[in-house]
Design a protein around this ligand. Sequence first.
Ligand SMILES: Cc1cc2nc3c(=O)[nH]c(=O)nc-3n(C[C@H](O)[C@H](O)[C@H](O)COP(=O)(O)O)c2cc1C
Ligand SMILES: C=C(O[C@@H]1CC(C(=O)O)=C[C@@H](OP(=O)(O)O)[C@H]1O)C(=O)O
Length: 390
Amino acid sequence: MRYLTAGESHGPQLTTIIEGVPAGLPLTKEDINIELARRQKGYGRGRRMQIEKDQVQILGGVRHGETLGSPIALVVENKDFAHWTKIMGAEPISESEKAEMKRKITRPRPGHADLVGAIKYGHRDMRNVLERSSARETTVRVAAGAVAKKILSELGIQVAGHVIEIGGVRAQKLDYSTLAELKEKTENSLVRCLDENAAQQMMKAIDEAKEKGDSIGGIVEVIVEGMPPGVGSYVHWDKKLDAKIAQAIVSINAFKGVEFGLGFEAGRSFGSEVHDEILWSEEKGYYRKTNNLGGFEGGMTTGMPIVVRGVMKPIPTLYKPLQSVDIDTKEPFLASIERSDSCAVPAASVVAEAVVAWEVAKAIVEQFGLDRIDLIRENIERMKQYAREF
Ligand SMILES: Cc1cc2nc3c(=O)[nH]c(=O)nc-3n(C[C@H](O)[C@H](O)[C@H](O)COP(=O)(O)O)c2cc1C
Ligand SMILES: C=C(O[C@@H]1CC(C(=O)O)=C[C@@H](OP(=O)(O)O)[C@H]1O)C(=O)O
């Protein structure tokens, strides 16, 4: 499976074409719209989210609510485009309007893609960079992830994400007995955090940052349950599923690091404290006492839950000005801006779920794939049975 996305943040729409989705998968607009709405929520977002009401159009690959095996085309409109048609060059403009509408962005924001993107592509107007480097693109990544989640749910595999830290406030109580419980609790939290007490403090931290004209980042966690063992492979660097998930997480705008299970803490512990001891029972077959390695050994799933965390840096666009240089005049200036999110960690946790779901579904379809969801399901069941009896 693969997908590409196209579209600018303030252009008419975002598009994705997804190839390789097995035939016979039930898929409706609602399956995708639910995920799009989840991504739009979250404490700390700016005014843009009040303008957008993300809804998908399915323009290919699905008939009567089932995938055909052919490419799936998905489109999400930018409602904000209505305010930007002239600036985005979508319609001809008069000579008198030209100077105003073609007003260039020449003042790069530290931490965004503006300056480096402009140098790389030779753009003297950095709007040509920011339109595509914007995390608006994650809308259609979440749409593709919704399709991946649908594949996984048909195979009895569940994915859930949540926020564990914002602006230095760490969730302490992370108890849940099932992923369904985790999902329900975090869905009711404005910061998608299980620990209600920490959630209150996180919102306070967001308010304080906003008041100061600043921004904050945080840490999200994604869990995948129901995986068969042996997905991914140790035989080549580019077949390791944990490595693919790591790339997917760091590909999310503003994500700077990733860890599995104990993660960086493993580097401060003894081997005897880290490695997950192997047990066996008639009923379960092989299983582990702990899951410190977050569901991976040798780039392959162990059958234990995948537990992956990603760290998001603070949003680069700040109301509090930072030092930069105008690329036309070379004069120093202090950046000022129109609007921005002050914290997008809750929204990013939904994006993280989507990109992890995508990598896991892709690996499964590649490994067990026979172009049809029913045959993939049979293959997975066979693999799970084989592993139990091994
Ligand atoms: C959901 C989400 C919303 C974001 N919103 C903003 C924003 O409002 N303003 C901003 O400057 N950056 C925002 N970002 C981060 C930038 O898109 C990102 O920092 C930029 O593309 C540069 O890429 P890099 O940080 O990965 O190097 C957001 C990121 C995500 C995931
Ligand atoms: C539009 C979204 O996020 C945007 C991501 C973003 C950035 O620079 O990454 C900048 C902001 O856009 P604008 O400048 O239009 O307010 C965010 O709102 C979205 O998540 O759908």
